[in-house]
Design a binder for this molecule. Structure first.
Ligand code: SF4
Ligand code: SF4
Length: 64
């Protein structure tokens, strides 16, 4: 599983996804876009559900 970011939808400095991630998986890059320590992800989808602009989505590895 991966978390995909549509950068054009991201508000960047909102940082909500970073704040709500229960596993501290998300951190912001130098431009304030979220990055994911995906191998440590709990797959809870809280970041996907709570992003105010729907910039995040879950992708399963077998999806093309
Ligand atoms: S919650 Fe959404 S809009 Fe806010 S920083 Fe994360 S991906 Fe971007
Ligand atoms: S799915 Fe859950 S654990 Fe994984 S990055 Fe999103 S909020 Fe964090």
């Amino acid at each position: 599983m991966a978390i995909l970011l549509e950068r054009e939808k991201c508000l960047k400095k909102c940082t909500l996804c970073e704040e709500i991630c229960p596993g501290d998986i998300i951190y912001m890059d130098a431009e304030n876009y979220p990055l994911f320590r995906i191998q440590e992800c709990w797959h809870c989808a809280a970041c996907v559900e709570d992003c105010p602009t729907h910039a995040l989505s879950v992708k399963l590895w077998f999806q093309s």
